[in-house]
Design a protein around this ligand. Structure first.
Ligand SMILES: *[C@@H]1O[C@H](CO)[C@@H](O)[C@H](O)[C@H]1NC(C)=O
Ligand SMILES: *[C@@H]1O[C@H](CO)[C@@H](O)[C@H](O)[C@H]1NC(C)=O
Ligand SMILES: *[C@@H]1O[C@H](CO)[C@@H](O)[C@H](O)[C@H]1NC(C)=O
Ligand SMILES: *[C@@H]1O[C@H](CO)[C@@H](O)[C@H](O)[C@H]1NC(C)=O
Ligand SMILES: *[C@@H]1O[C@H](CO)[C@@H](O)[C@H](O)[C@H]1NC(C)=O
Ligand SMILES: *[C@@H]1O[C@H](CO)[C@@H](O)[C@H](O)[C@H]1NC(C)=O
Ligand SMILES: *[C@@H]1O[C@H](CO)[C@@H](O)[C@H](O)[C@H]1NC(C)=O
Ligand SMILES: *[C@@H]1O[C@H](CO)[C@@H](O)[C@H](O)[C@H]1NC(C)=O
Ligand SMILES: *[C@@H]1O[C@H](CO)[C@@H](O)[C@H](O)[C@H]1NC(C)=O
Ligand SMILES: *[C@@H]1O[C@H](CO)[C@@H](O)[C@H](O)[C@H]1NC(C)=O
Ligand SMILES: *[C@@H]1O[C@H](CO)[C@@H](O)[C@H](O)[C@H]1NC(C)=O
Ligand SMILES: *[C@@H]1O[C@H](CO)[C@@H](O)[C@H](O)[C@H]1NC(C)=O
Length: 403
């Protein structure tokens, strides 16, 4: 064997070795339950319970009112969710959702999906915030929507479920064949999603895919935006924009956005929402259907907001005093880009989770291509250094193995 062949062999072994290290990070035993303790499918409450070493993360998805997810982090493997359904479905739901033992709750946050804006983008500038009010249609208020039975969509092997709804009255017939949906995925182990934009995830997070599917636009040149509300105890959320150099999985999209608590001084305040600045105009998420999206900075709410019942059920009456609620928008589309009516489809994915937001490192493929292309021993040394630091990075807390 000559030197070049040796080099390839060493590189090959290195790549295989690297590939083998993925997926060994802390896992969680994850279960998905529908309407715990309530044999009625007229309302949807999905409970994702993710048990790790010394902690449990509860995710509660609900369409009682605006679609909402609660993230509740507890430092006990045995913490249980209690729902008093009589109270939850009453006009005073405060206290209907509780975690036992209450003292195990270390952190919680909520993400509420409130409105979908539709506007006429006459000059194709995709300037959502600068568009005059007269070009906006009445926003779709998601708390008005009628949601299908989600029990039928649960896949306990895949840990997925779907919340699908449409406007009940639908005066413009936009929803005759169309729907809004949230596809939810939970994960037992770390990995990379197989669907675009191929987000990296850990067992500490769940993914939501927001879809506008076949909803008829109310005019020409329609564009959409989504309004969400987040909640944080005693502080605001801040935006972090992370440039990823690794372009392999989502070509041309280099920006990862995340919302995290502004003050991480409280060692437990570590919820995050993370997404790539991209949506897709087709379900298969191919490169040709990329729709860039834009985030508008969170704005504090001004008191008139009535939180969805499950938020009030868990946080009680002190909600507005103890927590700061902020609204933020994401608009879909780019100047001179295709309008919504080209596909009549839109898909945007985000992660909500606890701990450190997953970060892209150099992917194995990119490293190997670089190495083979340049093929110098010096590069091997550099890669070695990167590998060592990456591996160090990847040593998360160990959890019990998944059954
Ligand atoms: C949900 O679906 C499961 C399995 O199909 C079924 O056993 C259960 O009774 C359903 N729950 C409700 C509330 O209908
Ligand atoms: C489910 O709840 C709805 C509304 O609360 C009620 O009308 C219906 O009778 C309930 N169905 C069952 C099977 O309990
Ligand atoms: C549930 O709430 C109702 C109404 O607030 C109350 O009467 C009932 O005692 C509660 N049930 C339990 C098990 O706490
Ligand atoms: C569109 O562009 C025309 C010509 O530049 C301008 O007069 C008009 O105000 C623009 N309309 C909107 C809604 O921006
Ligand atoms: C969007 O429109 C507003 C108001 O017309 C304008 O001030 C702003 O510069 C525009 N932004 C972009 C990116 O064109
Ligand atoms: C959605 O439905 C509600 C009632 O279910 C209705 O009042 C409202 O006008 C509808 N919104 C739109 C934008 O169609
Ligand atoms: C759940 O998902 C798995 C993998 O995608 C699939 O093989 C299985 O058929 C699904 N189960 C149900 C009930 O849809
Ligand atoms: C919904 O689909 C039916 C059958 O494909 C079609 O006749 C109808 O025009 C569609 N409605 C809308 C609003 O597109
Ligand atoms: C992706 O979906 C679009 C629209 O549904 C379709 O036209 C296109 O052929 C699909 N591409 C692939 C690679 O499947
Ligand atoms: C709250 O009020 C302030 C000042 O009146 C305004 O700038 C801000 O946009 C409002 N926030 C929301 C979410 O409406
Ligand atoms: C996941 O949560 C655990 C706490 O249970 C934390 O120690 C760990 O660092 C988190 N993992 C990541 C990747 O943030
Ligand atoms: C759980 O974590 C503790 C320390 O955080 C560690 O000592 C223990 O070995 C871990 N158990 C498992 C099964 O990973």
């Amino acid at each position: 064997m000559n030197l070049a062949e040796w080099r390839l062999l060493v590189l090959g072994a290195l790549c295989v070795g690297l590939g083998g290290t993925s997926g060994q990070e802390g896992g969680r035993r994850v279960s998905l339950q529908f309407n715990p303790g309530f044999a009625n499918t007229t309302v949807n409450l999905l409970h994702v319970r993710a048990v790790g070493n010394g902690s449990t993360i509860h995710y509660l998805w609900s369409t009682i009112g605006s679609p909402t997810v609660l993230l509740i982090y507890t430092d006990s493997e045995k913490s249980q969710l209690h729902v008093n359904w009589t109270k939850l479905l009453s006009p005073t739901p405060q206290g209907a959702i509780a975690i036992d033992p209450a003292g195990s709750v270390r952190y919680s946050t909520a993400l509420i999906f409130t409105k979908i804006f539709e506007y006429r983008d006459i000059n194709n500038t995709a300037n959502f915030s600068g568009t005059e009010e007269k070009y906006f249609y009445t926003p779709y208020d998601l708390s008005d929507f009628v949601w299908e039975n989600a029990n039928a969509t649960i896949n306990t092997t895949d840990l997925t479920a779907r919340l699908k709804g449409s406007n009940g009255t639908d005066p413009t017939n936009s929803f005759q064949n169309g729907s809004i949906s949230f596809r939810i995925s939970a994960y037992g182990v770390s990995g990379r999603d197989s669907a675009s934009p191929r987000l990296l995830h850990t067992a500490n997070c769940t993914k939501l895919e927001f879809r506008i599917d076949n909803v008829k636009p109310r005019g020409n040149n329609s564009r959409f935006a989504l309004e969400m509300i987040t909640l944080e105890k005693g502080g605001r959320k801040k935006i972090e924009s992370v440039r990823t150099i690794d372009d392999e999985y989502t070509p041309t999209i280099f920006e990862m956005m995340q919302l995290v608590p502004d003050s991480w001084n409280d060692s437990y305040a570590r919820g995050f929402i993370q997404w790539k600045s991209v949506a897709y105009g087709s379900a298969n998420g191919t490169r040709a259907d990329v729709i860039p999206c834009q985030l508008y900075a969170p704005q504090p709410l001004n008191g008139t907001f009535t939180a969805p019942d499950i938020v009030r059920a868990f946080y009680g009456d002190d909600l507005m005093e103890l927590y700061s609620l902020e609204a933020f928008n994401i608009s879909f589309g780019i100047a001179d880009g295709d309008f919504y009516d080209k596909h009549e489809f839109l898909s945007w994915s985000a992660l909500i989770g606890y701990g450190d937001p997953p970060g892209d490192t150099f992917s194995i493929l990119v490293i190997c291509i670089m190495a083979v292309a340049l093929g110098t021993p010096l590069l091997l040394l550099i890669i070695g250094a990167i590998v060592v630091s990456t591996l160090k990075h990847k040593v998360y807390t160990n959890y019990e193995p998944i059954n």
